[in-house]
Design a protein around this ligand. Structure first.
Ligand code: ATP
Ligand code: MG
Ligand code: MG
Length: 550
């Protein structure tokens, strides 16, 4: 990756290091809530947290932020671990906020003992009403001045399951008149009688994000706690808890979250797409999830390069999906194996080629690789499939493919000239008749004939078939979350089209899902995980930038 200016976080860290802060130690964390699969926005945060630690000899913890028992599942934990590894990162420690439940409870007791937290019996609505508005101060509820002893008892009873959900909460006692709403006696604990994926039924009180997150950072001695811009107004509260508890002074820094057009990036919305069957699952190749992108044929390098290219901003913006596509093309152009596939076939008969005879042609695996990446064998015979769109009955002047009297090169094979064609009863071209120039074979062409166009083909007799899934953007509008009504109204009805019986060159039966292929002139593809030897399935990762450039 080319040299670039430091981003603002790196500037902060370099300054901290030169000031000897934390003895130059850099410790970050990536803190996913295991309530869904990771998406490309998380990849941004992963690249940032792990990338910064790598750059400054630091470490990154993977911390599952699992303080909300009702939405969290082990399946999500497993997928998150897999996706981070796949992206190419190794965490130092694997930790869970739920491991700190005892410690967090003790922290809360400490605050109560210092007169800095109280049990409130008000309902959620009463608490919200008493908080005031940004322009009007809040007012105390009748429970704010409970004695320390009473608060200690009540909090202990909350923990022991003596109250139903919602009956009481623990609040920090800060400032009901603060201009920052987050400081108006925020909730620290709520009662929730729910099974937790790790602690089972041990707890029925659970800490709120603002109390759990910063204290978890402090417990792990995180030096730079990087989060997204929405947390700027939470920062004074983050620091208040750390100060009052006198724990390790982790510092919070905020950057702009990644937003991308033509998709949605909230786990809640992605979950709706899955549950309501708009997509086949979290790893549907149209999803912006890491697992969806992987299945679609994206490589870890392309995603890391994308995250590097978009940089680290302090203001919200909407990144163009085409930048992500640029990054995967850039990578696959260097690595993808070139193969020939005909998706909308019409038969071409070479009338002067011996019937029933065939020969083996050789095609480079990848002209961008050293020595062409080796070559594969491609059988050729007198009858081949070509794309219907590569023939025109009334070809305009600049049409450098086939039409009556026109010549074209068959990729890795001969030059052919169209002599004739046949139509079926519906007026559709059903067969194209050509002659070939025997001296024009690729690699040993002595014909002296120059043609402008090259087209791909597959021998009829040797062709295998495959299902090809072509994907388009999942939404019809740039920013579906900012449109009127439900975001799902803006789903692109044509985001998936399936070609059932494409003709593929025989070498493709050896394809493997992890490899990228360029179907010449058609785009980049990868084998789908649904593929079986009897029913090969390929996903289009991305189109070629310019279908006619090659
Ligand atoms: P979502 O809103 O999609 O549900 P989240 O923030 O609730 O995401 P978490 O599991 O809490 O999801 O996220 C883990 C980390 O990833 C957090 O530090 C969060 O700031 C970061 N993150 C989440 N979404 C993005 C994004 N779009 N761009 C950059 N970072 C993100
Ligand atoms: Mg979150
Ligand atoms: Mg969320």
């Amino acid at each position: 990756i080319e040299e670039r200016a430091l981003n603002f976080l790196e500037e902060i860290i370099e300054e901290d290091i030169s000031n000897g802060k934390n003895n130059g130690r850099v410790q970050t964390r990536f803190p996913p809530e295991p309530n869904g699969y990771l998406h490309i926005g998380h990849a941004k945060s992963i690249c940032l947290n792990f990338g910064i630690a790598q750059k400054y000899n630091g470490k990154t913890n993977l911390r599952f932020d699992d303080t909300n028992p009702s939405t969290e599942e082990t399946e999500y934990v497993d997928s998150i671990r897999e996706d981070i590894h796949w992206l190419g990162f190794e965490w130092d420690k694997e930790l869970y906020s739920s491991d700190y439940f005892d410690q967090l409870y003790d922290f809360a007791v400490t605050l109560i003992k210092n007169g800095l937290a109280y049990v409130d019996d008000s309902t959620a609505e009463e608490i919200a009403a008493a908080k005031g508005t940004p322009t009007e101060p809040g007012t105390p509820t009748p429970y704010r001045d409970r004695s320390i002893d009473e608060n200690l008892h009540l909090f202990s009873d909350m923990k022991d399951g003596k109250y139903p959900d919602g009956a009481k909460v623990l609040r920090a006692k800060i400032d009901l008149e603060s201009p920052n709403m987050h400081l108006r006696d925020p909730l620290m604990y709520r009662i929730k009688h729910a099974h937790h994926h790790r602690t089972g039924n041990k707890w029925c009180v659970y800490p709120m994000y603002d109390f759990a997150h910063g204290q978890s950072d402090a417990i792990e001695e995180i030096t730079h706690s990087i989060c997204t811009l929405e947390f700027i107004p939470h920062r004074p509260l983050y620091e208040w808890f750390i100060n009052k508890l006198n724990v390790f002074p982790s510092k919070q820094y905020e950057f702009a979250r990644l937003n991308m057009n033509f998709t949605v990036m909230s786990k809640r919305k992605l979950l709706q797409l899955v549950n309501e069957k708009y997509v086949s699952g979290w790893d549907d190749p149209r999803m912006p999830t890491i697992s969806g992108l992987r299945r679609r044929g994206y490589t870890p390098l392309s995603i890391r390069n994308f995250c590097e290219r978009i940089g680290v901003a302090k203001r919200e913006n909407l990144i163009d999906l085409s930048l992500l596509e640029f990054c995967i093309r850039e990578d696959l152009n260097k690595t993808a194996l070139r193969r020939m596939v005909v998706m909308d076939p019409v038969k071409l008969v070479i009338t002067n080629y011996p019937q029933g005879q065939s020969e083996i042609m050789h095609g480079e695996n990848n002209p961008e690789a050293e020595n062409g990446g080796g070559s594969r064998e491609i059988p050729f015979s007198s009858e081949i499939w070509i794309e219907r769109e590569d023939f025109m009955e009334d070809a305009p002047k600049k049409f450098f493919r086939l039409g009556p009297g026109l010549m074209v090169r068959l990729k890795n094979a001969y030059i052919v000239k169209c002599e004739n064609f046949i139509k079926d009863e519906n007026g559709r071209i059903s067969e194209i008749h050509c002659t070939y120039i025997p001296e024009s074979k690729s690699g040993s062409d002595t014909s002296g004939i120059h043609v402008k166009g090259t087209i791909h083909w597959v021998s009829v007799q040797h062709a295998k078939t495959a299902e090809i899934r072509l994907y388009d953007r999942l939404f019809q509008v740039e920013d579906p979350s900012n449109e009127d009504g439900d975001f799902k109204e803006y789903i692109n009805p044509d985001s998936l089209s399936v070609i059932k019986n494409a003709f593929i060159e025989p070498d493709l039966v050896h394809a493997r899902p992890v490899l990228g292929y360029q179907f010449i002139r058609k785009g980049y593809f990868t084998m789908d995980i649904d593929s079986t030897p009897d029913n090969l399935v390929f996903n289009r990762t991305v189109t070629l930038k310019d279908a006619w450039a090659k």
